[in-house]
Design a protein around this ligand. Structure first.
Ligand SMILES: O=C[C@H](O)COP(=O)(O)O
Length: 403
């Protein structure tokens, strides 16, 4: 694409300003400070119970997805390679494909951020970097250092993995105490686990597994799971400090990352929904909103099933509730800005992509972006009665087992 003759777009100017203003590695990076909490753990629990009670997934019309084949459709895609053994030439190909197709970003690990920034100079494609990938159990300081290094290297978006284990543990649990007390041990254990899980990664397909079940049902409906069955009939029980998760620890981590990486850096929180119940997904969404994250994202693609339709619907409903309900109108005191939802993990086809967009996701994280675009072109050409163009090389190839 020839960008030399066209005036820069607003987003190109924003990216250029960001790249000029970002800190220089090793020279301007000051101390990292943790944010203090806004509420006690009990107070968080009360607010979160309210969100769990109020969020409703309605049997509603589909959301309007960008037209297949339009630039807006391509811009929903974060073109992703996160496998540990990715090579520099694969990353270069990823960048050139993203430019050609008009994707929103390339999503890579920290070691490739600088390379992608160089590759994508002058293009509207931004670089997204994962943080705490893929377990999310690294200690907060290590995530902060990673986030800072990514932004300093030119990442415009950060996809941060939630420490989802905290949500499934009680504040007083032994494992949680050990993790907090000894983050370095936990970190190295995480690294070896990352390697193991990466090797064992089985590339789940979206929507092929049973959605997580929760205490949610539509009013007057007897459904107990599935796409439209996530309205809470009863909030979680009255919080008691000893049996609630350490919400404060999660908020503190997220707020510290936000404080270190202010807007225009886009922050996405990867929930790893396959590991969470609907109530826990809502708790995570609540804390992400409170910490001013821009997106909640379903999955890493490396742990359990990928994005499910039910999870996306619940997350979209959560972002709508959290954007409108404030302390003043009887809702949780979070904020008014609406988060967006990114569906990721196992989004392999045009049908998968459309399903997620029609459920209200506005971004897709996928290593199958080229395939999805090729399918889009075929659909368009068939619709217009033209002969489909010949199959071009696809970077994403399931048979190689690569991400
Ligand atoms: O965040 C993105 C995911 O890792 C991509 O997963 P995927 O390779 O299943 O498309």
């Amino acid at each position: 694409m020839d960008t030399s003759t066209k005036p820069p777009t607003e987003s190109q100017i924003l990216i250029q300003d960001f790249l000029t203003a970002r800190p220089t590695l090793d020279t301007e990076l000051g101390d990292i400070e943790l944010m203090t909490d806004r509420y006690t753990n009990q107070e968080w629990a009360v607010q979160i119970a309210e969100t769990q009670k109020k969020v409703r997934v309605e049997e509603k019309e589909k959301y309007e997805a960008p037209v297949v084949g339009s630039p807006a459709f391509a811009e929903t895609i974060d073109h992703t390679i996160l496998k540990l053994d990715a090579t520099a030439s694969q990353i270069d190909a990823l960048c050139s494909e993203a430019r050609t197709e008009g994707f929103k970003s390339v999503c890579v690990r920290l070691n490739f951020v600088q390379r992608c920034v160089n590759n994508l100079k002058g293009s509207p494609v931004v670089v997204a970097c994962v943080v705490g990938f893929h377990e999310g159990t690294q200690d907060t300081h290590s995530k902060l250092r990673e986030a800072r290094a990514a932004v300093a290297a030119g990442a415009f978006e950060l996809d941060v993995v939630l420490n989802h284990q905290i949500l499934t543990q009680h504040a007083s649990s032994k494992a949680q105490t050990e993790h907090t007390a000894n983050p370095s041990t936990s970190s190295s254990a995480t690294e070896s686990l990352t390697a193991l899980n990466t090797a064992a990664n089985s590339k789940p397909r979206s929507g092929t597994s049973t959605p997580a079940e929760g205490p949610y049902s539509l009013p007057g409906s007897s459904k107990s799971n599935g796409l439209h069955s996530r309205t809470s009939s009863k909030p979680d029980s009255t919080p008691d400090d000893s049996n609630i998760p350490n919400y404060s620890a999660i908020y503190t981590e997220l707020a510290s990352i936000r404080s270190l990486c202010p807007s225009p850096v886009t922050l996405k929180l990867i929930l790893e929904t396959s590991q969470l119940s609907p109530a826990q997904i809502l708790a995570a969404a609540h804390l992400a909103a409170a910490a001013n994250f821009d997106f909640i994202k379903t999955s890493t693609g490396f742990n359990g099933r990928g994005a499910s339709l039910a999870d996306v619907q619940l997350m979209v409903a959560a972002t709508e509730y959290l954007s409108t309900k404030t302390k003043n109108n009887g809702g949780s005191p979070v904020r008014g800005r609406k988060m967006q939802v990114k569906a990721s993990g196992g989004v392999r086809s045009l049908a998968d992509a459309q399903k997620m967009l029609e459920a209200g996701a506005t971004r897709l994280g996928t290593s199958s972006g080229l395939w999805i675009m090729q399918e889009s072109r075929k659909v368009l050409e068939e619709r217009e009665g033209k002969r489909p163009s010949p199959v071009s090389r696809l970077y994403t190839d399931d048979s190689t087992g690569g991400y």
